[in-house]
Design a protein around this ligand. Structure first.
Ligand code: RFL
Ligand code: PHB
Length: 391
């Protein structure tokens, strides 16, 4: 079997890359470990930057998001028992964000690819990539009981943080940067009316809490927890007690409770590999970098990577000029490191650290106070949250 671009992983990075390449007349095959049903049901991100929204709209896969997603014009920072709104449009020249779940984006991209005759192979086993430093890189895998070799011009490693493409780069040819945080997030989905019109990021003595949403009927809530804790230690009553304590305000705000139908614990890390290329293998999305979810940047970075990569591949096929491909890693990494910085900053400002001194706690509160009272500092938060320009 042969294709122009072999794509490992049908997450947002792999599917969007395949879609963008198709619009430029470039053939690709996507191979995915999991079933279609599974990838379309995995609960992850919820916030799309303006640039991601614009990209989905301008490439014809935004119609359902426009109908069913929710545009938010700000967020609340809550600390010291009070809420403070950060207004995005007035701080960023009119930009906003969209609340639309990642698995809905996945459904839209899978449908668009299959409708256009695109090839996505689900439930592929034992994927491995070979001959990366030659002009004929290959992907080998088992599919439907058969061993398949896929010959490619290029391979895109879009297989997430635990995938096989990044480790296929010889260790002497990559450098990795890691920070593991001493806490995790306990995330729940709840059947309840929303308690707020916009997301609430709360700093509290007992730890961070976040109120997000999926729809007027379904709410998404998180609270800072021990990363090694287990879901079984968190009966519903304990979750509500903790959320109420961390979110209550002097103004008497109340969190609406409801039936909790999903619980999970998420580890928090910052990670980058450099460069994002080895020979004819290009890494994109979580395969190349991870951010803690506090800045809502992971999915958006994946979209930004594949936009740069698809343009570089299109330039190569149009003119045989490899310059944009040579620049891919440096171009993508510049944006990646800025998002790494923002996510690290938001995480550091809002969470309780186990080795924190009372001094550190006061400094966090002073920084939050500065963010909500200085236009300059508020712009720093707002322009990063709505997303830096894609170019
Ligand atoms: P993904 O989504 O992990 O997809 C990788 C795909 O590759 C497949 N795969 C393989 N396929 C074939 N062979 C192999 N050997 C394979 N190994 C793996 C996997 O099955 C999978 O389908 O990576 P991608 O495409 O780079 O996308 C990245 C995003 O998923 C991620 O950054 C975001 O979910 C992060 N994130 C958020 N990002 C945002 O922009 N806004 C948010 O609000 C936001 N909230 C979040 C988040 C991530 C979270 N979790 C669970 C980590 C909230 C949470 C709770
Ligand atoms: C979510 O809705 O899942 C979500 C929102 C904002 C974040 C992280 C996750 O910063």
């Amino acid at each position: 079997m042969r294709t122009q671009v072999g794509i490992v992983g049908a997450g947002p990075a792999g599917l969007l890359l395949s879609h963008l390449l198709h619009l430029d007349g470039i053939d690709s095959v996507v191979i995915e470990l999991r079933s279609r049903q599974e990838i379309e049901a995995t609960i992850r991100a919820g916030v799309l930057e303006q640039g991601t929204v614009d990209l989905l709209n301008s490439t014809g896969v935004g119609a359902r998001m426009q109908r069913e997603g929710f545009v938010h014009h700000g967020i609340y920072l809550r600390f010291g028992g009070r809420s403070h709104r950060i207004d995005f449009p007035s701080l960023t020249g009119g930009r906003s964000i969209m609340v639309y779940a990642q698995h809905e984006v996945i459904k839209d991209l899978v449908a668009a690819r299959l409708e256009a005759g695109g090839k996505i192979l689900f439930e592929v086993k034992d994927a491995a990539v070979y001959d990366l430093d030659t002009r004929e890189p290959k992907v080998r895998y088992h599919h439907g009981g058969k061993l398949v070799e896929l010959e490619c011009d290029f391979i895109a490693g879009c297989d997430g943080f635990h995938g096989i493409t990044r480790p296929s780069i010889p260790s002497r040819a990559r450098r990795e940067f890691t920070r593991v945080y001493p806490f995790g997030w306990f995330g729940i989905l709840v059947e309840a009316p929303s308690s707020t019109d916009e997301l609430i990021y709360a700093h509290h003595d007992r730890g961070f809490a976040l109120v997000s949403t999926r729809s007027p009927q379904i709410q998404r809530l998180y609270l800072q927890c021990d990363p090694n804790d287990e879901v079984k230690h968190w009966p519903d009553s304990r979750i509500w007690e903790e959320l109420h304590a961390r979110l209550e305000t002097a103004e008497g705000w109340r969190l609406a409770e409801g039936r909790i139908f999903q619980k999970g614990i998420i580890a928090m890390r910052s990670f980058v590999v450099e460069p994002m290329r080895y020979g004819r293998l290009f890494l994109a999305g979580d395969a190349a970098h991870i951010v803690p979810p506090t800045g809502a940047k992971g999915l958006n970075l994946a979209a930004a990577d594949v936009r740069v990569l698809s343009k570089a591949l299109a330039a190569y096929y149009a003119t045989q000029d490899e310059q944009a491909l040579k620049d891919y890693s440096a171009t993508a990494l510049r944006r990646v490191w800025r998002a790494e910085y923002f996510s690290w900053w938001m995480t550091s400002m809002l969470h309780r650290f186990h080795d924190e001194t009372p001094f550190h706690h006061r400094v966090q509160l002073a920084e939050l106070d500065y963010v909500v009272s200085s236009r300059a500092k508020a712009i720093t938060l707002a322009e990063n949250y709505v997303g830096l320009p894609l170019a």
